[in-house]
Design a protein around this ligand. Structure first.
Ligand SMILES: Cc1cc2nc3c(=O)[nH]c(=O)nc-3n(C[C@H](O)[C@H](O)[C@H](O)COP(=O)(O)O)c2cc1C
Length: 370
């Protein structure tokens, strides 16, 4: 079973749903001796199978990650100090469409978008059930292709999933934003906990969006989880270079999970507008918004986030489907103002280079005295 001491470099390239985590990116990080992650939140079982197979093909020559042939035994070939592959999923909660007045208000919010300079004139349709993919169906290819690691965001999956993963020798991790969530994760039998600080880009992993959010910073949360939990803790949020990684390791973390830092890698599937804003719109800052998906997520401030302030949104992930047409249009027209440009607070320090070179740079920085 995967262990953090197997890694050559204690880095998890964060799972990032929405096309960012190409097999090329995942494989490059794994080959460099870190963990390459797929963000399969909304993916179909077929796409999941294709991506896992593609990453395995890319890591089978010269790389350490990958578990041999499909359906075979777990990872006889993963050697000490090699990399690993992670498949990540969302734990969606049952959800229904709200009352019609809320639907109307959410509809109004999207109809009155100031869309200049381009024209977006496709009014959104109210989504209908099923509102999210079935986790058991999505995960079937994982049992077949057996990545080294399986992680979950937004909560704890069925006990049967953790049991099956362990039976196949797959390590399980889950995101926590506070000690209470971390304790529940330990009780569920997870092998490690991802401590996601408030600075982190993308969706906040808090289990219950209606609960009080302690909004702990990455370093503070990491320290608290290391103190209260017996499982390894992975720090996530605003970690951009080797010095940042070392700070987290010194605080007791077993590894650093980095998302934003990998977005401008050559192999990243982030849209051109996303990369452009990360590199060139550094003064905007990143903010938390519910506007795109109905759940708090951190992204570069843009026209849509401003527009949605104080507007009605549908519950997660219905709002995500609801804004899907607009986001697709924005991607097609290369309009960064209406895409979700997920990014952590330190995005202005992002670097554009091939992933292997970036991993080498991080490893070198970790060993430098500052
Ligand atoms: C573009 C983007 C997409 C993300 N999607 C996911 C996801 O699908 N699953 C997940 O567990 N975390 C996701 N995250 C959060 C990361 O796992 C991690 O917590 C975060 O990237 C750490 O903060 P940083 O971006 O400052 O490095 C995403 C982050 C970004 C930037």
């Amino acid at each position: 079973m995967f262990s953090f001491s197997d890694l050559k470099i204690p880095i998890i390239q964060a799972p990032m749903a929405g096309g960012v985590c190409t097999p090329e990116l995942v494989a490059a990080v794994a080959r460099a001796g870190g963990v390459g992650s797929f963000g399969f939140a909304y993916s179909t079982p077929q796409k999941i199978a294709e991506d896992l197979m593609a990453a395995r093909a890319l890591t089978s020559n010269g790389g350490r990650a990958g578990n041999g042939s499909a359906g075979g035994n777990v990872s006889p070939s993963r050697q000490a100090r090699g990399g690993a592959i992670n498949a990540n999923f969302f734990v969606f909660k049952p959800v229904a469409l709200p009352e019609s007045d809320v639907q109307q208000a959410a509809m109004q919010a999207l109809q009155k978008i100031p869309v200049s300079p381009d024209v977006f004139d496709a009014p959104p349709e109210m989504p209908s059930a099923p509102f999210y993919p079935d986790l058991h169906e999505q995960i079937a290819p994982v049992w077949q292709y057996k990545p080294d690691i399986l992680t979950f965001h937004f909560g704890i999956p069925d006990a049967s999933i953790v049991e099956q993963a362990h039976a196949l020798g797959i390590a399980v991790g889950m995101t926590a934003t506070c000690v209470t969530e971390a304790m529940a994760i330990e009780t569920a039998g997870a092998d490690f906990i991802v401590a996601q600080g408030i600075e982190a880009g993308g969706h906040r992993g808090i289990f219950d969006v209606n609960a009080d959010d302690e909004q702990l910073s990455t370093i503070e949360l990491t320290k608290q989880l290391v103190k209260h939990c017996s499982r390894p803790v992975v720090a996530a949020g605003a970690i951009m270079d080797g010095t940042d990684i070392r700070v987290m390791l010194n605080a007791g973390a077993s590894a650093a999970q980095m998302g934003t830092a990998f977005l401008c890698c050559e192999e990243s599937g982030a849209t051109p507008a996303h990369k452009d804003f990360l590199l060139n719109q550094t003064q905007r800052g990143s903010v938390l918004t519910m506007g795109f998906s109905g759940r708090p997520a951190r992204g570069i401030r843009n026209a849509f986030i401003d527009h949605m302030q104080d507007k009605t949104v549908l519950p997660f992930p219905i709002q995500n489907t609801f804004t899907g047409g607009m986001r697709k249009w924005a991607a097609q027209t290369n309009n960064g103002e209406y895409q979700s440009l997920w990014a952590g607070t330190e995005y202005h320090r992002v670097r554009a280079m091939p992933a292997a070179a970036f991993m080498n740079a991080l490893a070198a920085e970790m060993t430098h005295e500052s």
